[in-house]
Design a protein around this ligand. Structure first.
Ligand code: CP
Ligand code: NVA
Length: 324
């Protein structure tokens, strides 16, 4: 069964196909093949969400399917039913699972125990749907109308400031290496990327250390094509709020820091943003801020990802039947 739990679950060539499909979905919007007709895809969420929940629910509907939202605490999972039993039971009813949770291992356990595609809708470790949408947002700008979407990303530099150990930063490190981009991260020492990232880069033949980490924000943004930040207090870290705000304050993306990047650099943020903390309102409102295009593209890219997984599941089912 094909899943989307990590950025590396699609090979670079396939990421190009996902982007091309997302581009065509974006152009056609309502007039598309109903790839999920007759299907129900369940969303199991243990954390809050605006963009991810709504873009998946709308996307499933636009593909002809039925979205089923399940808050973890409304199902028996929240009362101790195992992840494995939940996966086995839901696989008898639905055609795909979209999961937002804390421990990254939980999405892997769901995928291993179930028999339908699983999509990672954010864990403490990774947020791959976000980063595919972000990279697509950049590619559609840099490639222009007819250019090569993936090719347009090659050699570009992204600077990530703030909590550089968070899920969005981790996902960007992997994606940058996968897509031939350069990435520099700036934050305090205690918030540097986890060494486990190097293992992932190694395991996928991307070499280790495929990123630069510095405590100097100006050094990170120098020559950058993109300046990116995320909240300083990710979901699940609320108890550390005071400590984090104090440690991360030198890494706020201000107009001064943004102006140290290339003159045509874009500002990006996965949202929700906390203006006055990780970024100023002035930068959020800048004409080079593309935060709402990123948010919109979650819809188009996730439709493309679901299409790929649904078609792979159909193919696998057919192959299984013909073996019998
Ligand atoms: N960027 C993102 O995943 O937003 P939500 O938490 O609103 O889904
Ligand atoms: N790092 C943030 C991303 C939210 C989309 C969090 O995990 O809360």
């Amino acid at each position: 069964m094909r899943h989307f739990l990590h950025e590396t679950d699609f090979k670079p060539r396939e990421i190009g196909e996902v982007f091309t499909l997302a581009k065509s979905y974006k152009q056609k919007r309502g007039k598309i093949a109903k790839v999920l007709a007759g299907q129900t895809w369940a969303l199991i969420f243990s954390k809050s969400s605006t963009r991810t929940r709504v873009s998946f629910e709308v996307g499933i509907h636009e593909l002809g399917g039925n979205p089923l939202f399940l808050n973890r605490n409304d199902i028996q999972l929240g009362r101790g039913e195992t992840i494995e039993d939940t996966a086995r039971v839901l696989s008898r009813y639905v055609h795909g699972l979209i999961v937002r949770t804390y421990d990254h291992k939980d999405v892997e356990r769901l995928a291993a125990a179930g028999s339908v595609p699983v999509i990672n809708a954010l864990t403490d470790f990774l947020h791959p749907c976000q980063i595919y949408a972000d990279a697509f947002t950049l590619a559609e700008r840099w490639a222009g109308k007819r250019g090569n979407l993936l090719g347009s990303l090659k050699g570009r530099k992204i600077a990530f400031l703030g909590d550089t150990a968070c899920n969005v930063a981790n996902s960007w490190v992997i994606a940058a290496n996968l897509l031939g981009m350069k990435i520099a991260l700036a934050g305090p020492k205690g918030y540097a990327p986890s060494p486990s990232l190097n293992k992932i880069l190694d395991a996928h033949g991307m070499g280790s250390g495929g990123y630069q980490f510095t405590t100097d924000p100006i050094e990170a943004v120098r020559d950058a094509d993109v300046v990116y930040t995320d909240v300083w207090v990710s979901m699940g870290k609320e108890e550390e709020t005071r400590k984090r705000l104090a440690a991360l304050s030198p890494y706020a993306v201000t107009a001064k820091i943004f102006s140290a990047a290339k003159p045509d650099a874009y500002f990006m943020h996965c949202l929700p943003a906390h203006a006055g903390e990780e970024v100023t309102q002035e930068v959020l409102d800048s004409p080079r801020s593309i935060i709402f295009d990123q948010a919109e593209n979650r819809l188009h890219i996730q439709k493309a990802i679901m299409t790929k997984l649904a078609l792979a599941a159909k193919k696998a089912k057919k192959a299984k039947k013909s073996k019998k």
